[in-house]
Write a protein that binds this ligand. Structure first.
Ligand code: FEO
Length: 162
C-alpha cells in the first residue's frame, strides 16, 4: 500500500474515533441535563463514527497496509446549552469534511485509484453529516431558551434509529 495514503488513513482513523469520543461526551452531558432524546441522537452518532473508523481500518488491511492506532485526545466535558453542543458538532463535521477532501486530493496526487474510489462514499456521507448537525443547531438556536420547543425537539431526536 502507498505509504503516504497509509499514514493519512491511519490519521483519519484517529479523527473518526475522536469524533466518536466527542459525540459520546456530548451525549453524556445531554443525558446529565435530562435531554434524553438528544443524548440518544448523539450516542447513535458516536456509533456511526466508530463505523467510519472501521471502514478505514478494513480498507488499510484490504490493501495490505498496517493499521497503527494512536492516542485519542480527551473531548470537552461541558457545553453551555444543547444549541452550543450541536453547533460545535456541525463545526466539527466541517473540519472532518475538509480532512476527507484533503485525502481525496492526496489519493489523486498519488494516483491511488482504489483509495479515490473508497473515499467517494465519505464525500457523500459528509454532505449528510453536515446537513443533519446544521439543521438541528439552527432549530435550537432559533428556539433560544423556550423549554417547551426544546423538549419537542428532544422527543423528535429520540426517535432516531441506530
Ligand atoms: Fe465520520 Fe461525522 O464524520
Amino acid at each position: 500500500m502507498n505509504k503516504k495514503i497509509e499514514n493519512a488513513f491511519n490519521k483519519q482513523i484517529n479523527a473518526e474515533l475522536y469524533s466518536s469520543y466527542l459525540y459520546l461526551a456530548m451525549s453524556a452531558w445531554l443525558e446529565s441535563k435530562n435531554f434524553k432524546g438528544m443524548a440518544h441522537w448523539m450516542r447513535a452518532q458516536a456509533g456511526e463514527e466508530q463505523n467510519h473508523a472501521r471502514k478505514f481500518y478494513d480498507f488499510i488491511h484490504d490493501r495490505g497496509g498496517r493499521v497503527k492506532l494512536a492516542a485519542i485526545d480527551a473531548p470537552p466535558t461541558d457545553w453551555t446549552s444543547p444549541a452550543a453542543a450541536f453547533k460545535e458538532a456541525y463545526k466539527h463535521e466541517c473540519k472532518i469534511s475538509a480532512m476527507i477532501h484533503g485525502l481525496v486530493d492526496l489519493a489523486v496526487k498519488e494516483k491511488d485509484h482504489p483509495a479515490s474510489n473508497f473515499l467517494q462514499w465519505f464525500v457523500s456521507e459528509q454532505v449528510e453529516e453536515e446537513a443533519h448537525a446544521s439543521e438541528i443547531a439552527e432549530k435550537l438556536s432559533l428556539i433560544g431558551d423556550s423549554r417547551g420547543p426544546i423538549f419537542m425537539i428532544d422527543a423528535e431526536l429520540g426517535k432516531r434509529g441506530g
